[in-house]
Design a protein around this ligand. Structure first.
Ligand code: TRP
Length: 338
């Protein structure tokens, strides 16, 4: 089993990233057996597919690396790195460019959503984004790729590219690439904005009150929870009672995720209570969960050398795994290497 996954270095992690993806990465890391491996990386090469500010990208990459370690990604157990330090990602992307088809990329919903009506004005990198993502996982012969629902289509594309490449350039008994399986973790909670239960918690929301950042201090967390949008009704005793109450459901979902309980279990405890009782309980739980994470996060950000060393070591481990596959790819394509 080899697990590979990436995250865009958008700067500070928030609770939605943590409960939706990162906590699951940490669990996978801690369940790895002998000879199995997890590789987690910051997708900084992907970040240049949209207009970006270089200084912010650099800062975001370092902050995100610190946040991942603070959340429990252990560089002694997992290989943690950023793409830009492993040039094999970009190399393999080019080599796969002969196999990926325009029609396949044209069908990607993320491309259609991000480009909107202005396809001609987009960067080439935005269009070929999924080919780089395929390279990210095929480079390491990934067997499992934990992703959110929105990334499943990109993973299917990676499988299509791998399959076509194997078909066209390898013999059946010696395929070049492993077909990776996407895993969408069932326990990954979908955390919504604290201001609008219909929108995902997001770092791009202009209101900071809409999200809990992993670096928020206790006062900020309590304030955000107390001001979170709700309704005047008391909590029901079963989940179906929250069907038309997205903001209430979101807060209960957060509580359930943090305590590893089901929504029904939480409602068993708080059913009949109003938010005057529930919000302080949720706030305290969040403060307790985030305290050690934000302490580690701030500590790491102050020790730039330690952070650089973690990423450099991760990149060197990643390169070692990547090189044999890349060489096989050049060879299969008939490219002469000295
Ligand atoms: N595109 C992914 C996202 O936006 C990030 C990503 C890049 C990724 N490369 C990857 C995820 C490879 C899984 C595997 O969430």
């Amino acid at each position: 089993m080899r697990v590979v996954s990436g995250i865009q270095p958008t700067g500070n992690l928030h609770l939605g990233n943590y409960l939706g993806a990162i906590r699951n990465w940490v669990r996978m890391q801690d369940e790895m057996g002998e000879g199995e491996q997890c590789l987690f990386f910051l997708a900084d090469l992907h970040a240049i597919s949209m207009p970006h500010d270089p200084a912010e990208l650099k800062k975001g990459t370092l902050e995100m690396a610190a946040a991942l370690v603070a959340c429990g990604i252990d560089p002694a157990k997992s290989i943690l790195f950023n793409q830009a330090q492993v040039p094999q990602h970009a190399e393999l992307q080019w080599l796969l460019g002969g196999t990926a088809r325009m029609g396949w990329l044209n069908r990607m919903t993320q491309w259609k959503d991000k480009a909107g009506k202005n396809r001609e004005g987009q960067s080439v990198a935005l269009f070929t984004y999924p080919v780089l993502q395929a390279a990210d996982v095929l480079l390491y012969q990934a067997t499992h790729v934990p992703v959110g629902e929105d990334q499943k289509q990109h993973l299917e594309l990676a499988r299509d590219i791998a399959q076509k490449f194997n078909n066209d350039f390898a013999s059946e008994d010696a395929p070049v690439f492993t077909l990776p399986d996407p895993i969408v973790p069932p326990q990954a909670a979908r955390i919504m904005s604290l201001r609008d239960g219909a929108k995902k918690m997001s770092k791009s929301d202009p209101s900071d009150m809409s999200r809990i950042n992993l670096a928020d201090d206790a006062d900020e967390v309590m304030k955000k929870v107390k001001k979170a949008k709700t309704d005047p009704e008391p909590l029901p005793s079963e989940e179906k009672g929250l069907a038309d109450r997205p903001e209430a459901l979101n807060l209960v979902t957060i509580y359930a995720a943090l305590t590893d309980k089901s929504v029904d279990d939480v409602l068993g405890e708080f059913g009949g209570e109003g938010f005057g009782k529930f919000k302080p309980a949720l706030g305290e739980l969040l403060v307790e969960t985030l305290r050690p994470i934000s302490e580690r996060f701030n500590g790491l950000l102050e020790d730039r050398e330690a952070l650089d060393a973690i990423l450099a070591r991760g990149a060197s481990q990643a390169r070692e795994i990547a090189v044999p596959t890349l060489e096989k790819t050049y060879e299969a394509l008939g490219l002469v290497r000295g």
